[in-house]
Design a protein around this ligand. Sequence first.
Ligand SMILES: O=C(CO)[C@H](O)[C@H](O)COP(=O)(O)O
Length: 223
Amino acid sequence: MPREPKIAPSLLSADFARLADETARVASADWLHFDVMDAHFVPNLTFGLPVMKAVQAVSPVPLDCHLMIEDPERWAPEYAEAGARNVTVHAEACTDPRGVARDIRAAGALAGLALKPGTPLEDHLDVLVDFDTLLVMSVEPGFGGQSFISDVLTKVRTARRLVDAGDLTLIVEIDGGINADTIEQAAEAGVDMFVAGSAVYGADDPDKAIAALREQAAAAIRG
Ligand SMILES: O=C(CO)[C@H](O)[C@H](O)COP(=O)(O)O
């Protein structure tokens, strides 16, 4: 059966003054991507656990929390306990990736591992068996609206091969610069879940943009 592409709009590109309305505008999405930035691991500051809980209470779609923070071991389980569907930590920030994956899962969420564009997949292959999702960053984490870095597709292809061979069970996710010009190459490389910020929230009708991106990715997978 062909892969069914999934779309996760990134709330980073939404109007922060109207977060409840902005979650309702993407009700057809698969996950809602929630970017937590601490101004230390990345040079930007967004929102944290109290805002996540408020969004979680009104969101029609499950939350996909991407923690771009130092000390993820301290915070990740709390996002899981608050009801996130998936909680992703950065490999570059983790001192105990296996331990944090175990804690996230024990708190009821899927556990995700994210890699910055320059971080080799090979350096973290041994821990991937403990994770449910792999988030391949296709921009430097910190800001929306950047250009897609196509070199990271090598990591996507490797992960896809390992999943298709049955060596790993992972949702392969990509984040950064995904739009109508880039989604097809990402889909062909093997992505399951596409995070899109500006391409969705920058559209007049975000739900229409989600449907169009999903269909474009599905067509690329069908070949
Ligand atoms: O994690 C992120 C940045 O660190 C964002 O989710 C990502 O950049 C999405 O925005 P866009 O689709 O506009 O690139």
